[in-house]
Design a protein around this ligand. Structure first.
Ligand SMILES: NC(=O)c1ccc[n+]([C@@H]2O[C@H](COP(=O)([O-])OP(=O)(O)OC[C@H]3O[C@@H](n4cnc5c(N)ncnc54)[C@H](O)[C@@H]3O)[C@@H](O)[C@H]2O)c1
Length: 374
């Protein structure tokens, strides 16, 4: 029987609330007439004022301060988790145990142990479990994946990827949970490195082992006069060996001066190569050795409605999609998982656990100075 309506609750009302609310408010229109009615029931935040403002501003019917007001509520079908990383597991496991579908922000959890509990709970519940690795489902990256699957670049020999931002390059940026390893699990490498690692795995395959060097650029961040001690990396550089023999390097920093949202990579194959950066997110560069040598070179493919993930948006090619649409794409995957009864639609908890394992192995490698198996 077709599902007529899906009732959502969301836990957390910080930066991510805007993006998820925007997607929820608009997806019915984009998927018309095939979308169930979307009902934005309740927002929870431990900060009452934040929850109230979020509800009023973004159109949630009610607000509350206890996550159980969502994870255990009879009038909720899906729980979206957008709390700090250390609070993902408790909410997700409780929601799954109470028969809810879950959409969880990345990284899946602060630790591998917590991520494993989430994967187990999802398998037991048989409910949709989607992770917001929303760069991987981006139309240009999906096209890269298709080119690779179709054999257009031959065997992959190398992946070089990075995610550089500079939002934390100011040493006066106040201390927050992101700088506390006991809540975040890792610093720049868990926060944004997890996105580029997720893409590396989606394009090349699982990672076998990793070596790493981390750098804490700012030891303290202001909260009190003496400052609070930072316990995470501001920058991590890794060498990576994939299970299929490809080798690569993946670096991440949130203090990379001048780089705004520079999630970029090159994949080198025996017959071709692919290049991408999010700062030009509607373009994919592709080199094929099938081209005649005298006109050979990277071609610039402009993304638009002809590419499947971009189809619901703008008909004309090249008008451009952005960060907001990435959340609509993920939400569509979640709705597909629920309506088609395919709970492990990608990106799912099990895939995200592998990324958690890579991040933890990188931190271990940085401490031991050795290669560490994932
Ligand atoms: N996919 C992306 O592009 C992207 C971008 C930014 C952040 N994120 C992820 O989203 C999550 C949230 O990040 P953010 O930037 O919105 O954080 P934030 O600090 O802006 O907001 C977190 C909110 O959660 C609330 N909170 C904390 N603990 C809670 C608990 N136990 N129960 C209920 N509410 C609680 C806080 O009061 C705060 O309002 C993180 O996991 C982060 O990694 C993803």
């Amino acid at each position: 029987m077709a599902i007529e309506a899906i009732r959502f609750g969301i836990i957390g009302s910080g930066y991510m609330l805007k993006a998820h609310s925007l997607a929820l408010r608009n997806i019915e229109g984009f998927l018309w007439p095939n979308a169930p009615r979307i009902q934005m029931m309740r927002v929870v935040d431990i900060n009452t004022r934040a929850a109230e403002e979020a509800a009023k501003r973004w159109g949630w019917r009610e607000w509350a301060t206890d996550p159980e007001a969502i994870t255990r509520a009879d009038d909720i079908d899906v729980v979206i988790i957008i709390t700090p990383n250390g609070a993902h597991a408790e909410a997700a496991v409780d929601a799954l145990k109470h028969g809810k579908h879950v959409l969880c922000e990345k990284p899946l959890a602060d630790t591998v142990k917590a991520a494993e509990r989430m994967v187990e709970a999802a398998a037991e519940a048989g409910k949709a479990n989607v992770v917001n690795f929303g760069y991987r489902t981006w139309p240009a990256i999906e096209l890269a994946k298709k080119l690779i699957a179709d054999g257009e670049i031959g065997d992959i020999v190398h992946f070089q990827g990075h995610y550089f931002q500079d939002y934390a390059r100011d040493p006066k940026m106040p201390f927050s949970w992101r700088f506390d390893r006991s809540v975040a699990g890792a610093g720049a490498f868990g926060d944004i490195g997890s996105h580029i690692m997720d893409i590396a795995v989606a394009l090349v395959g699982p990672v076998w082992r990793i070596s790493a060097k981390t750098r804490r650029i700012f030891a303290r961040r202001p909260v009190t006069e003496s400052g609070q001690i930072v316990t995470v990396d501001d920058m991590t550089c890794t060498l990576v060996e994939f299970a299929n023999g490809a080798v690569g390097s993946v670096h991440a920093s949130w203090a990379a001066t001048g780089h705004k949202c520079d999630l970029g990579f090159t994949v080198i194959g025996t017959k071709g190569s692919i290049k991408f950066t999010w700062e030009r997110s509607n373009e994919l560069h592709f080199f094929s050795d099938k081209d005649a040598a005298e006109i050979g070179g990277f071609r610039r493919i402009v993304i638009g409605g002809i590419h499947p993930e971009a189809a619901p948006f703008w008909f004309a090619q090249g008008q451009g999609l952005g960060y907001g649409e990435a959340f609509v794409i993920i939400l569509r995957r979640l709705i597909d998982a629920i309506t088609t009864g395919k709970p492990s639609t990608s990106p799912n908890f099990a895939e995200a656990l592998h990324v958690n394992r890579i991040v933890e192995a990188a931190l271990r490698a940085a401490e031991s100075g050795n290669w560490e198996n994932v």
